[in-house]
Design a protein around this ligand. Sequence first.
Ligand code: PEP
Length: 250
Amino acid sequence: MTRKFFVGGNFKLNPASLAASTSLIEGLNKAELDPETEVVIAPPSIYLIPVKESVRKDVKVAAQNCYFKESGAFTGEISPKQLVDAGIPYVVLGHSERRTLFHETSALVATKTRAAIDAGLKVILCIGETLQEREADKTAEVCQSQLKEVVDVLKEADWSNIVIAYEPVWAIGTGKVATTAQAQQAHADVRSYIAKAVSPAVANDIQILYGGSVTAANSKELARQQDVDGFLVGGASLKPEFADIINARK
Ligand code: PEP
């Protein structure tokens, strides 16, 4: 398997002050991290630049969202071009909290993904089913329909700048992690959809992360699954155990 292990930390709307953000980054800077893991952290937008300037150089920085326009009358938004100009290489798009709390549709997520890729960003694209959808045996269908919107707008674009994060909504922030079998099955289904809808080569190369209540304790077994290429970590990315998750394949 040649895909590089990738761990993202989604800080969400945390921590609550610049001082706390600085001390979180100081902790990460001192940690021993597996050099074989690609590490990307996503602080709130107000801390993007200070974090980028203070974090160790082997850890990259991501915005948690962006808009699809370059500039203009879009109060409260940040453009992909502004992120690139500020030296921020990644953006997280389609997180379930954006979809649920801020009513972002898969079509909007796809438009943002295209704009971000065109501007030169790398995208961590989040997909995943609700509990109701899982119980109705619709996990693969839901993931495919979320991905299809992106496939339709990306067409010939360079998929090497996309990382997919499979994050079952019922597992995010709930303490209920997917079983290794559930995660592996969902990842394999996503990969086989990408093989059909884009190409077998893209499917083979694309990193598919698992997200949803990942901890140091459950990360090692999940990391051993064939199609689990890393994690997108929320709550635990604010704790020292984030380093253990980064080192899950060590
Ligand atoms: C997330 O926010 O992407 C996430 C997976 O959160 P948590 O790890 O807290 O479940």
